[in-house]
Design a protein around this ligand. Structure first.
Ligand SMILES: Cc1ncc(COP(=O)(O)O)c(C=O)c1O
Length: 376
C-alpha cells in the first residue's frame, strides 16, 4: 500500500535536531538565550531591514506591528477579504475595526485601486493602516500600495506570514512596507516550530514592539512602561528557526521545482487554473494551489485525492461574510467572493520527492472537473 502524502510538512533534515538538543543541554529553552537575537538578525538581513522582533506567532507579530504603527481603539485598518483569520483578528485585538477590500483576479492579492478608493471615500472614521497579504507566497503589487499609503499618510504593513523568500521586482518581501510580519508555524517554508517576527527600519517601532512583547518591563526591576504582552519567541524556537536558514535556499529551490512541475502538468487543463504568477512577482510557492470551477468541484477534488492517500485542502474563504466579521465595513468588487472556497492547495512540502509528486499528478489526471469559469 502506498504511503500518505501530506499537504505540507517541515523539512528538518539539517541541523535542527542538534540545535534544539544544544538548547536543552545548555538550559536555554525559554525566554532567555542567544538564539533569539541571532534569529532576528538573520530574518531582518534576509529582507534588508534594520530590525527584527521575534514573537510567539505571526498573529502576535501583526498585533504588535499594528500597535507600534499607531493603530488604536476605534481606528479602521484596511485588509483584504481573502486572507487567513489572523489578519483580521490582529486588527480586532488592537481594538481596531477591519475594513475589507477586494483582491485582483491577476494576483489574488489586495487591489491597490480599491484601497485608494476606500481611503478617498471612507467617512466612517480614521483609517490608520493598510495590511497587505502576500497570498500563498505571491507578492502583492507593493509599488502601487506604498504610493497610495504615502499619498494618504497611512502606513503599509506587509502580512508576509507565509511568504519568506518571495521577491517583488527582485526586492525581498518584508522589506518594502513600513513594517512586515512573518510566521514560522510548522506549515511555513521556514519554521521555528511556531513563532513570528516583525521587521522594520523604524527604530522606535522596533524598540516599542520588543518592549511590549515582554510586558513592557523596564530592565530587571518590576517596573513597567505600559501595559504589555507576553509574546516573545522562546530561545528553543529561535534555535530551530536559525538552523533552517542553512537550507532555506534549497527549500526554496525545491518549492520552485515542485511548482514548475505542477504548472507544466496543468497547463492544458480547462478545469483547473493554476495560481497567479504576476510579472512583478517571484513567489516562494508556499502552497501550490489551483482554482476549480466551483466550490463543489473543489470539494470533489479534495475528496478524490484523499481517496488516493493524498492530502489536499480547500484554501481561504472570504472573511467578510463569516459571523465574527460580518458587521465590519467593506468595499468589495466580487473577486474574492468568486474564488472563495474554489482554491485547492496541493501537496507542496519542500521534501516532496519526484515519485510522490508523480503520484499526485497521476491522481489529478484521473480527476475531471467542469471548465473553470473565469472571474465575474
Ligand atoms: C496571511 C496570514 N497572516 C497571519 C498568519 C498567522 O501566523 P501564525 O499562525 O504564526 O500566528 C497566517 C498563518 O498562516 C497567515 O496565513
Amino acid at each position: 500500500m502506498s504511503s500518505f502524502i501530506p499537504l505540507s510538512v517541515p523539512d528538518l533534515s539539517g541541523n535542527e535536531a542538534a540545535s534544539v538538543a544544544a538548547c536543552v543541554r545548555d538550559t536555554w529553552v525559554s525566554s532567555a538565550g542567544p538564539a533569539v537575537t541571532a534569529f532576528e538578525s538573520r530574518v531582518a538581513a534576509l529582507c534588508g531591514r534594520s530590525h527584527g522582533v521575534a514573537t510567539s506567532s505571526g498573529t502576535t507579530a501583526l498585533h504588535l506591528a499594528l500597535i507600534v504603527a499607531g493603530v488604536g481603539p476605534g481606528d479602521h485598518v484596511i485588509i483584504p477579504d481573502w486572507t487567513f483569520a489572523a489578519t483580521a483578528n490582529a486588527v480586532i485585538h488592537a481594538g481596531a475595526i477591519p475594513y475589507f477590500v477586494d483582491i485582483t483576479s491577476e494576483s489574488w492579492t489586495i487591489d491597490a485601486g480599491s484601497v485608494e478608493q476606500a481611503l478617498a471615500q471612507f467617512r466612517g472614521g480614521r483609517i490608520a493602516a493598510i495590511v497587505t497579504v502576500h497570498a500563498l507566497g505571491h507578492p502583492a503589487h507593493m509599488e502601487r500600495l506604498t504610493a497610495v499609503g504615502t499619498r494618504f499618510g497611512v502606513p503599509v504593513i506587509e502580512d508576509a506570514a507565509g511568504a519568506i523568500g518571495a521577491r517583488y521586482h527582485n526586492h525581498p518581501v518584508g522589506g518594502i512596507g513600513d513594517a512586515a510580519i512573518f510566521s514560522f508555524n510548522g506549515n511555513k517554508v521556514l519554521t521555528a516550530g511556531g513563532g513570528g517576527m516583525m521587521v522594520t527600519d523604524n527604530e522606535a517601532w522596533a524598540a516599542r514592539a520588543r518592549s511590549l512583547s515582554t510586558q513592557a518591563r523596564d530592565g530587571v526591576r518590576y517596573r513597567y512602561r505600559e501595559a504589555g504582552f507576553n509574546c516573545r519567541m522562546p530561545n528553543i524556537n529561535a534555535a530551530l528557526g536559525l538552523s533552517q536558514f542553512d537550507h532555506l535556499d534549497d527549500m526554496l529551490k525545491a518549492k520552485r521545482r515542485i511548482a514548475d512541475t505542477y504548472d507544466d502538468a496543468l497547463r492544458d487543463r480547462a478545469d483547473l487554473q493554476s495560481m497567479p504568477r504576476c510579472p512583478w512577482a517571484q513567489s516562494n510557492n508556499w502552497l501550490y494551489s489551483v482554482l476549480c470551477a466551483s466550490r463543489d468541484d473543489a470539494d470533489g477534488l479534495v475528496n478524490c485525492l484523499q481517496g488516493d492517500g493524498i492530502e489536499a485542502r480547500v484554501f481561504w474563504e472570504t472573511l467578510s461574510d463569516q459571523t465574527p466579521y460580518s458587521a465590519f465595513p467593506r468595499s468589495l468588487t466580487g473577486v474574492a467572493a468568486a474564488i472563495s472556497g474554489r482554491v485547492v492547495s496541493l501537496p507542496s512540502s519542500s521534501s516532496l520527492g519526484e515519485a510522490d509528486q508523480s503520484r499526485v499528478l497521476a491522481a489529478l489526471a484521473q480527476w475531471r472537473g467542469n471548465p473553470v469559469m473565469r472571474f465575474q
